[in-house]
Write a protein that binds this ligand. Structure first.
Ligand code: NAD
Length: 446
């Protein structure tokens, strides 16, 4: 995939060397994503009067790893890449979070995504902490063999900073099961042969035959749909009568749409890095996904009309599902939205100003840290299956996922009502209460 110009521009990629201090200040002049996290966090802390010691701890990531590593290209040249792993918090369990390959990856973005993982695993109530990582790279510029060497060398550079009981990566933007298989193989190859069988859970989102779980590929989209079922029930409106549009038609966006299809919900518009399309009569999610897979994007899809970015965002529908990159709903774009609900399939699509405008306009919001948690929940199931040498069938995975998503939905909904606050703040409150309990019980060493 390539970086497109259709979406709100991602922060310019900066040459990164060492991790900058994590004080939440804008890095390099653009709006800091971590600053957004801290503002969201502070709002929730103030509302529940979070213990000041817990607050100080959670405001900073535990570890920030930045590595520059050389890789031999197909033509014999050596390129040096920059990769990151930020381990935000492990109070509730091993660090857990995806790896992203994208030009926008920098320490500020990874720091923010890592913190969101800490809240997400707490809301989903799974025994993990939060981490995130990535390489600042446009993967479309490299051959498959180069991507393999880049992935393997990054894994080698991370060394003992990842591990099956310590920090467990997973797929994110522009990474997939194949990349997880290369990470697994590289990690195992650095271990003594007689111990290797015990380390298969060092990474999740693996291909099935390499210890992956049934249902992991679609898990994030499946989780979004379980939540939308709950939301629709609360609205007393069946999903069959709901219209929606999706930004980003990769793993999260396309699976959400494909799983919604049998419910009869109407998909009005789709946007990816190549452009946006609209069809009043409804798009067929499977056909669009198929087209995007074969053509590298949705541009040129013959059964819909192309529309520009602002027209796409103005689509009148019940739900907008942003499932691409950050900072898409802003002071400029939030006033354009013509929906009842924004369901954040992607991480961080709404910035601080955009959030305020949605609230003023009475547009409901299902926050990322709740909405896209299905992926990490099934990653947890994969990790458990690996530890127990078990394989669960799809029915079992989906059943367990639905139970957890429904419980998370209800705890956020009820917390929002109890504190008379928005759903994002309510989701933070659920997470922070759980984390605060751990710190209060354990205390601080020494
Ligand atoms: P993906 O790489 O599979 O798809 C990304 C999609 O976004 C593509 O359709 C791409 O065309 C589009 N896109 C939009 N703007 C782009 C741009 N400027 N440059 C490149 N592509 C652009 O990624 P994904 O795994 O679906 O992740 C999407 C979002 O969901 C991210 O915020 C990610 O962190 C989040 N998320 C993913 C998972 C998961 O399990 N994969 C889990 C939780 C959250």
């Amino acid at each position: 995939m390539t970086t497109g110009t259709k979406l709100e521009p991602a922060p310019a990629a900066k040459p990164a060397t060492k991790a900058a201090p994590s004080d939440g200040k804008p890095a390099g002049g653009h709006t800091s994503l971590f600053e957004t996290v801290i503002r969201q966090f502070n709002k929730a802390c103030d509302l529940i009067n979070l213990d000041p010691n817990t607050r100080r701890i959670l405001a900073k990531p535990t570890n920030e790893i930045s590595v520059n590593f050389p890789v031999k290209m197909d033509d014999g040249r050596v390129e040096v890449f920059t990769g990151y792993r930020v381990q935000h918090n492990s109070a509730r369990g091993p660090f857990k979070g995806g790896l992203r390959f994208h030009p926008s990856v920098d320490i500020d973005e990874v720091r923010a995504l890592a913190a969101w993982m800490t809240w997400k695993t707490a809301i989903a109530d799974i025994p993990f902490g939060g981490a995130k990582g990535g390489i600042q790279i446009d993967p479309a510029k490299y051959s498959k063999r180069e991507l393999e060497r880049i992935t393997r060398r990054f894994t080698f550079a991370l060394g003992d900073n990842i591990g099956p009981e310590y920090d467990i990566p997973a797929p994110d933007v522009n990474t997939n099961a194949q990349i997880m298989a290369w990470i697994l193989d590289t990690y195992l190859s650095t271990m003594p042969p007689h111990t290797r069988q015990g380390y298969g859970h060092v990474v999740t989102g693996k291909p099935l035959v390499s210890g992956g779980s049934q249902g992991r590929d679609k898990a994030t989209g499946q989780g979004v749909v379980y939540l939308l079922e709950e939301w629709a029930r609360d609205q007393k409106k069946p999903l069959s009568e709901i219209s929606y549009f999706v930004q980003g038609f990769g793993n999260v966006g396309s699976w959400t749409a494909r799983i919604l299809k049998p419910f009869g919900s109407k998909l009005l518009a789709v946007e990816d890095h190549t452009g946006a399309i609209f069809d009043e009569g409804g798009l067929d999610a499977d056909e669009v996904a198929d087209f995007a897979r074969h053509h590298g994007g949705i541009k040129g899809y013959p059964k819909a009309k192309p529309v520009d970015h602002d027209t796409f965002l103005s689509t009148k529908a019940d739900i907008f599902i942003p499932a691409a990159l950050e900072n898409q709903i802003t002071a400029r774009t939030a006033p354009m939205l013509n929906v009842k609900l924004v369901a954040e399939g992607g991480n961080g699509p709404t910035d601080w100003d955009g959030d305020g405008i949605l609230q003023q306009r009475g547009i409901q919001l299902m926050p990322d840290i709740l909405c896209n948690s299905g992926g990490v929940v099934v990653s947890y199931f994969e990790w458990l299956q690996n530890k127990r040498s078990e394989f669960w069938d799809l029915e079992e995975v989906d059943h367990k996922l639905k139970k957890r998503m429904t419980a998370a939905y209800r705890s956020v909904r009820d917390t929002a009502a109890q504190h008379k606050t928005d759903w994002r703040t309510a989701a933070y409150i659920v997470a922070l209460n759980r984390l605060e309990t751990v710190y209060k019980e354990r205390g601080i060493f020494p």
